[in-house]
Each structure stands twice: as structure tokens, then as C-alpha cells.
Ligand binder design. Sequence first.
Ligand SMILES: Nc1ncnc2c1ncn2[C@@H]1O[C@H](COP(=O)(O)OP(=O)(O)OP(=O)(O)O)[C@@H](O)[C@H]1O
Length: 235
Amino acid sequence: MLRIEGLSAGYSAKPVLNDVSIDVGAGQFVAIVGPNGAGKTTLFKTISGIVKPSGGAIIFDGVDLLAVPPPQRAHLGIAHVPEGRQVFPSLTVMENLEMGAMTESGRRDWRTNIERIFEWLPVLKERRDQFAGTMSGGQQQMLAIGRGLASSPKLLMLDEPSMGLAPSTADFIFERLIEIRRQSGLTMLLVEQRVAEALESADHGYVLEAGHVVLQGNNATLRADDRVRKAYLGM
Ligand SMILES: Nc1ncnc2c1ncn2[C@@H]1O[C@H](COP(=O)(O)OP(=O)(O)OP(=O)(O)O)[C@@H](O)[C@H]1O
């Protein structure tokens, strides 16, 4: 579904990603974990087209993504749930979801999608007429996920959905993601600093440190790896 090959990217004179290669198979749930500043958000921004890479390739569903203008990438089926949620605060929950459904497939599948989104994230149905800016952090995160799902994506990219949330709320979000994935078979790519939860939720993981992939494997292998246990799991 997504193949990133030898990707390098950064900001003007500052290189951030260095020769990063990542594979996400159709239906897979892949987590990219690593410390602050490792380049996780930069990777997502490069996939979405906000950051222009200096080298490498990104192939999405057989298409050379770097040749596709950034505004068109959502129409190919990539939904980016950004770091910090970034919901539209002065729009209602329903209006935010409608904004997510602006892609061709989102408009086509709207009725089915909205029913499923409400089933998976019932708080959005209960609060459909509430202004997004008045909701709690966890509720806003669920709205950001719902907005991503409303575009009817083939790939859902989630940038630190647990950021700023209480552990119990973050756990609830991870549990919802696992359930959404189980029911829909959607391909998911997650970046997270909460390494234990991310590796428990996903089937495959990559460890990104200082712009390099230093380790990868299925979730059980990574959770058993000594370096991961010491550096990220506090064992
Ligand atoms: N717009 C920007 N201009 C210049 N440097 C930037 C910009 N955005 C990020 N950086 C730098 O790029 C590096 C990687 O940042 P990035 O946000 O991708 O890391 P991250 O792994 O997502 O970290 P975090 O978990 O803290 O968000 C950091 O050193 C950061 O300061």
C-alpha cells in the first residue's frame, strides 16, 4: 500500500530524515516510534506533501506520490490526522466531519461512513451539534480521527493521537483504533511516543532515532528487543 524508499527530507539547511525506508502492506497497522525530534512528524508531512523531500521515493497504491500535487493526495486515499488534532474549533462536530468528507470517495460514501463513525466513536453522535473547540482533548482527538475516516481513506495516518491526554483517555483511543481496524481492515500508520501502547496496538513497528530507522520488526519482536525494552519500555 505504501512504500517509502531511501527518503531524505528536512527544513532549508536542516536535514531531518536520512535514507528512511518503510513498508506498509494493505490492511497492516504499522507504528513508528521514537523520541522527541526523531523526525516522525516530518515523515508524515513529507507523505502529505507539506515538506518536500531532498531524495528518495514514496509509492502509494502503485502511484509515484511525489509526482502528485499535495492537494490531490487526499483524493488518492491518504488521510492525515495531524499532531495536536487541529479540529476546526468554531465548527460543530458534524461540520468538522463534513469537512473531512470533501474527497470524491468521502462524498460518495458519506451515508455509510457517518453511520460507522458514529458507531465506532459514539461521543461524536452525542455531541454532533457541539462546537469542536468546546470539547475535551480526548473528544477532539476522536473528532480528528472521525474526520480522517470521513474521507473514506485507504490509509489512515495518525500523528501522536495520545498527545496531551490522560493515560486512561489515551488507552481508550488506542482501543478504539484497534477496534476500527479490526472491523474495517483499514491500513493504518501511527507515529507515537507512547511506545508500549503503540507496539501493543500495531502488528509491525519501526524505531526512528535522529532521522534514521534503527530497528524494525513485528510487534512481539520489538517488544522483546533489549534495546527497545531499555530505551523505551523502562525495563
Ligand atoms: N518547520 C520547521 N523548521 C525547522 N525545523 C523544524 C521544523 N519542524 C520541525 N523541525 C525540526 O525537525 C526535527 C524533527 O522534528 P519532528 O517534529 O519531525 O520530530 P518528531 O519525531 O515528530 O518529534 P515530536 O514527537 O517531538 O513531535 C526537530 O529537530 C525539529 O526541531
